[in-house]
Every structure is written in C-alpha cells, then in structure tokens.
Design a binder for this molecule. Structure first.
Ligand SMILES: C=C(O[C@H]1C=CC=C(C(=O)O)[C@@H]1O)C(=O)O
Length: 447
C-alpha cells in the first residue's frame, strides 16, 4: 500500500503575497522501513524520538532551526518557532505534521564546550525529512521552502526509503577499551557530606548530585543501533537521539516523562527513589518493600510530588495526583507517582517545561540552594543531561522527557551521566552504588 494521505489534513498559517507559504510540508504513507537505517551515513542533523506508548519519529536535515541562551531561552525558542510555524502549511495527516525536536541544557548559563560542542543552551530543529510511525501507519513528511522544493524532496526520499530494508541488523557493540570517572569515591563522599551539612543547617532539603563516566570505545559506535538494542531491554522507556551535523550525538533511554501536553490535558510524573532488581521475583519484591517502607526514600519522593504539584497548580483548572506505584526497569526499580492536570487557559508546552525544569528528581529543594550546591560541588559539565528533551508543534502541544540514562557520543568516546537524590540520612556509599546502577542501561550496550 502506498498512497498520498489527505485525511485529517492540518493547515496552519497564512499565505504570503505570492500565494505561496514560506515553509511547506507534505506527507505520504510509507511501507514500514527500518528507523535506524534512515539515520545511516548522515553528516546532517539527525533526530530520533520514541515514546513508551508507541509513537516513533526520526528526522534528518534542517528546514528551520531555533537556538537561544540565557534565562529567557524558553520564551525565545517559542517566539522563533511561532514565526516559522505561522507561515507553515501542512498537507497530510495530523500525525505526520512537522514538529520541532531538541532540548535544553540543565543550566541556563551553559556554554557549548567539549563534549557538548554544537549543543546550545536551547536548540531545536524542524527536520527537512521526517518519518512518523504510529499504530495507524507510517508516513514520510518533507518540509521545504515552497511547494516545488517540498514535492521534490518528498519524491526523492520516498524512492530512497522504499529501497531500504524493513529490518536492519542491530549490529555489534563497540566494546569498551577504558573508563574514566569525573568523580572519585572520595570526592563523591565529600560532595555528599557538603550536601548533608547544608541539609542539617536548614539551607537545603534535597539535592540531586551527579557524576559522569567517560567510556573510551574499542570500535565505532552506531548510535541508532544502540538505541534499537535499548528498545529491547527498556521497552517502557523513551528513546531519543539529537545528533549535531559535525559534533556529538546525545542519546538515551530515559524512564522519566517531564510533560506531555495535548490540548488542555497535561501529564507528568514524579520519579525518584531507586533500588536494584533482584535475581528472582521474590527478591524484586524485597527491594520494593524496603523502598516503600523506608522514610528516607518516601521523603525523597514526596519532595518531588509536592514540587511538581506546586509548579503546575498556577496553570491548572484541576490537578490529580494518583497513587504511588513502582516503575520496574530491566536493571533498576523506582517509586513513581503519575500526575495529571487540565489547563486553565491555552498554554504552550514550553511554558510548562519552563515551570517544571528542573523538578527535584534532578535538581532539588529549595531550587536556588540546590542549583548552588550542584554548581559548587559537581566536577563535570551537565550539558543537556537531566534537562528537557523532546518536541513541540505549531499548536504548542508536545512531549518532553527528562534526559537521564543518557550519554553523548563524540569521536571514539561516550560520556555517560548519572545522579542520585541526597536527603537527610543519605549514606554516601549507598548513594554511590545507586548511581552506578544508572550507568548500566547504556554501558551494558557498549560492552
Ligand atoms: C537523576 C537520575 O535519576 C532520577 C530519576 C529517578 C530516580 C532518582 C533517584 O533515585 O535519585 C533520580 O531522581 C539519573 O538517572 O541520573
């Protein structure tokens, strides 16, 4: 089956004087195609996004790019994007509409220094070529300047993609030659003790401290193939890839949703508190029961629930905090509390992202004292780690994950990141062990 799709068309923007839209987007249906193959052999900008509920997107090239730095970066991205989206006409199903993909750095004063070369404090692209897979089908979307450029691109890529295999081997792992930590166990202990002193003197209630692990590879890494292997191990996580034209590729399989906004409905969650998986189902349960019954874990988690509730309340007509559950992943288990809200007025998803980032699952409470502790004690650059990564569209809908369980691949090296929540009664050694668990998803796929 291969037909141009006209159902559920979405047209936005207004025509320019010549009667042509500035940015034109057009879709047609595709037979299934290997998503990792679409990203092969590219020195172009590349993006990939997949959600636990089955939406998968990959994109190449740049039809529009929005970048910003500083404290007003969320607003500035929104302003640039509305200019581009206001002049955009999309001919195709709404599912295949153009979207802006990208993310933010953790700190607003971020400078793109190695390994973060090319990664601004806020950066999004609307890809020239986008493939969208949903439960209802797969579409190819081309975005360009004017109808002719778009029609050409659509045909060229349609021919190119239909020649690709539907399945692509997920390849062998690159192998690990050596690893280097940014933070020694002694430095970690001293960082945690600093945080504990600040907690004891009342300045701080919780802070998430993180570290990085630089992994020197034996061979070249195929990031799309690595993500494909992560899908098998972590099917209920997000998967993302943001690849710069010439510099690094940031990727990961985060379990944590920052926000999903569709119309007036918003979904988010608190995810904090970690224990390992057991060798048997009974051992899994023992770990879970220990976490559920432990006052430290509950305190660490409740601080996140309370902060999200407070940050979302000003936007919400109603807000529901569901019962706490367990998020069980292949190598780790977390306390999770789903949170939903109905917005009081029309809002852009980036307004909600700005209000929520960083939740105390990656920052802390109170936020300013947590920022200060992170800046003063951590010995590496968080870059885009633990920050919002995802997409938004012309209507201001979108979805963002928290970029944890992530790493950045640059020449022959992948730098992995992992952190843990520190509260009163945290023990530096136990926290160290929990952090190591969080490197595992990606590290296991590199070995
Ligand atoms: C900061 C990370 O995890 C967060 C999410 C879940 C559990 C967490 C914890 O138990 O501390 C962290 O808040 C990370 O994976 O780097």
């Amino acid at each position: 089956m291969d037909r141009s799709s006209g159902d559920g068309r979405l047209a936005t923007g207004s025509e320019s004087e010549e009667g042509a839209f500035d940015l034109v987007s057009r879709s047609r249906e595709l037979e299934d195609v290997s998503f990792s193959a679409i990203l092969d052999g590219s020195a172009e900008s590349r993006v990939q996004w997949a959600t636990p509920d089955g939406l998968e997107l990959v994109g190449r090239g740049v039809a529009a790019r929005f970048t910003a730095g500083g404290v007003d970066r969320f607003d500035r991205i929104r302003t640039q994007a509305s200019r581009a989206f206001d002049g955009l006409a999309h001919d195709g199903p709404a599912a295949a509409r153009p979207r802006a993909f990208g993310g933010f750095s953790f700190h607003d004063g971020h400078e793109p220094t190695p390994p973060w070369g090319g990664f601004d404090a806020a950066s999004f692209v609307v890809p020239q070529v986008l493939v969208t897979r949903t439960d209802d089908g797969t579409w190819l979307t081309a975005v360009g300047n004017g109808r002719d450029e778009t029609a050409d691109r659509l045909e060229r890529w349609h021919d190119r993609l239909t020649a690709l295999p539907a399945m692509r081997p997920s390849g062998s792992t690159p192998g690990v030659a050596a690893t280097r930590r940014t933070t020694s166990p002694a430095e970690w202990t001293s960082q945690v003790e600093t945080a504990l002193e600040r907690i004891a003197d009342g300045r701080l209630r919780k802070v998430v401290l993180a570290q990085a692990l630089s992994v020197e590879l034996e061979g070249p890494i195929d990031v799309p193939a690595t993500l494909e292997r992560l899908r098998r191990q972590y099917p209920n996580c997000y998967r993302f890839l943001v690849g710069h034209e010439v510099e690094g590729t940031f990727f990961g399989a985060p379990p944590e949703r920052l926000v999903s906004k569709r119309g007036e409905r918003v979904e988010t969650e608190a995810l904090a508190g970690s224990v390992p998986r057991g060798e048997t189902p009974a051992e899994d349960e023992e770990h879970v029961e220990r976490m559920r019954a432990d006052a430290k874990f509950q305190h660490e988690h409740e601080l996140v629930v309370d902060a999200i509730r407070d940050q979302l309340a000003p936007f919400a007509r109603d807000l529901t905090v569901s019962a706490q559950t367990i998020r069980r992943l292949a190598t780790i288990q977390h306390l999770q509390t789903p949170i939903e809200a109905t917005l009081e007025s029309d809002r852009h998803v980036l307004e909600i992202v700005e209000a929520l980032h960083p939740t105390p699952a990656v920052g802390g409470v109170p936020p300013d004292a947590a920022w200060e502790t992170i800046r003063e004690t951590e010995t590496f650059d968080r870059g885009w780690y633990a920050a919002p990564v995802g997409w938004f569209d012309a209507d201001g809908d979108g979805e963002f994950a928290v970029a944890i369980r992530s790493g950045i691949a640059t020449d022959g090296t992948v730098t992995l990141f992992a952190g843990n929540g520190i509260v009163a009664d945290s023990d530096p050694e136990e926290e160290w062990d929990e952090v190591q668990l969080k490197y595992r998803p990606i590290l296991d796929e590199l070995r």
